[in-house]
Design a protein around this ligand. Structure first.
Ligand code: PLP
Length: 389
């Protein structure tokens, strides 16, 4: 069979790292006592009032085609929230709803990039970015964020990677897997480069509501960013709605209209009942996310403190998100080897963080999407495994 090379499976480390998750998931399904810390799917149920809004809509017959760019009241509600966050008026014409942040990233990639373009990414990066960006035909240029700097971006390195072919920078802020949240200097530095070199900046903010140290500042709120910054976000993480597949893109209205053309041929609108649930979720954003953020903060602190007591491990305390990176080089094992042995000998599945990029070689990523009791058990198992090496 002959296929077009438009989308290729992520190769190498990316694939190998996920095998462990699939195996652990299957083992758990068969009844094995495995603690799965290898995926970022919240363990909470979606809040009832959101589900009820969707069920009510379904029962009322909301089962037909809908507006391609999303229902006007939902776009307006999202725009209203961004008007507050960005400190400027954001209109509904700047918002298009899509099937989750992943779909929004893919859409942005196809709408902004083409063969011959170069796109800069901060490495390590979320694991699907490679395939998502390469699907456009553009060349991916990885800009290393060193482990020694706590995986913070190096602006000089970013600038040095810019060529006449550079079209865009794609990044997630907060970052998955590192949990780094860009500070004021980093945001300004990226904005300055984008303006000076006329680049798009696509910023994936799916963990924006899970910031533990200070309020999240969107790159799109900086002067000069209104026309060139594209925000990608979703309800997956913030409202425990990964399976609903709803997210959005916020950008200049002209780009949103362009995106709508692609969405018309690719998605043809989201289910109406999903949008009704989403509307309830967006309108209650602060109430829902405040409580979830507190739960995740406690879990993060538990993992950091517990594993911090283990001399062979170095724990990188994340400022945001639902993941902790742990440097396992002190154990003498490579990170992929560590992950497999921990799974087989300790019954805990974690990911080799090298799947997210070469700079994270030697680190594993743990998600804290389990209860505190389960996390405490997982940490005990990890420490027992390391102690036995
Ligand atoms: C940084 C980042 N972006 C996007 C996604 C995908 O989010 P969604 O479920 O909204 O497609 C994830 C999921 O883990 C993520 O970590």
């Amino acid at each position: 069979m002959r296929f077009s090379p438009l989308v290729e499976r992520i190769a190498g480390y990316g694939v190998a790292a996920w095998d462990i998750h699939h195996e652990a998931f299957e083992a758990q399904r068969q009844g094995s006592d495995v603690l799965i810390l290898s995926v970022g799917d919240p363990d909470f149920a979606t809040p009832d009032f959101i589900t009820e809004a969707a069920v009510g809509a379904l029962q009322a017959g909301d089962t037909h085609y809908t507006d391609i760019a999303g229902r006007p009241d939902l776009r307006q509600a999202i725009a209203g929230r961004y008007s507050k966050r960005l400190g400027r008026e954001v209109s509904a014409a700047s918002v298009i709803t899509l099937a989750g942040a992943q779909n929004a990233l893919f859409t942005a990639s196809l709408c902004l990039l083409q063969a011959g373009d170069e796109v800069l990414v901060l490495d390590p990066m979320y694991v699907t970015y490679e395939a998502t960006l390469k699907a456009s035909g553009a060349t991916l240029v990885r800009v290393t964020c060193d482990a020694d700097s706590g995986f913070r971006p190096d602006l000089q390195r970013l600038e040095a990677a810019i060529t006449p072919h550079t079209k865009a920078i794609f990044l997630s802020n907060p970052n998955n897997p590192t949990g780094v949240v860009l500070n004021a200097d980093e945001l300004q530095g990226i904005a300055r480069l984008a303006i000076a070199h006329n680049l798009w900046v696509v910023v994936d903010e799916v963990y924006e509501s899970l910031c533990y140290e200070r309020e999240h500042v969107s790159l799109a709120s900086l002067p000069g960013m209104e026309e060139r910054c594209v925000i990608v976000c979703s309800l997956s993480k913030s409202h425990a709605m990964t399976g609903w597949r709803i997210g959005w893109l916020v950008a200049a209205p002209a780009l949103v209209a362009h995106v709508e053309n692609l969405s018309l041929s690719m998605l043809y609108g989201l289910p109406g009942f999903v949008m009704e649930g989403a509307l309830a979720a967006v309108l209650a954003h602060d109430e829902v996310t405040r409580d979830m953020c507190e739960v995740y903060r406690r879990r993060r602190d538990l993992v950091v403190e517990s594993l911090g007591a283990c001399a062979q491990l170095k724990v990188l305390k994340p400022d945001a998100g639902m993941f902790v990176l742990v440097d396992v080089r002190g154990t003498g094992l490579g990170s992929l080897d560590f992950a497999w042995r921990l799974y087989r000998e300790g019954g805990v599945s974690v990911l080799d963080a090298a799947a997210f990029g070469e700079p994270a070689q030697g680190f594993v990523r743990l998600s804290f999407t389990l209860s505190e009791a389960h996390l405490a058990r997982a940490c005990e198992r990890i420490k027992a495994f390391v102690g036995g090496l």
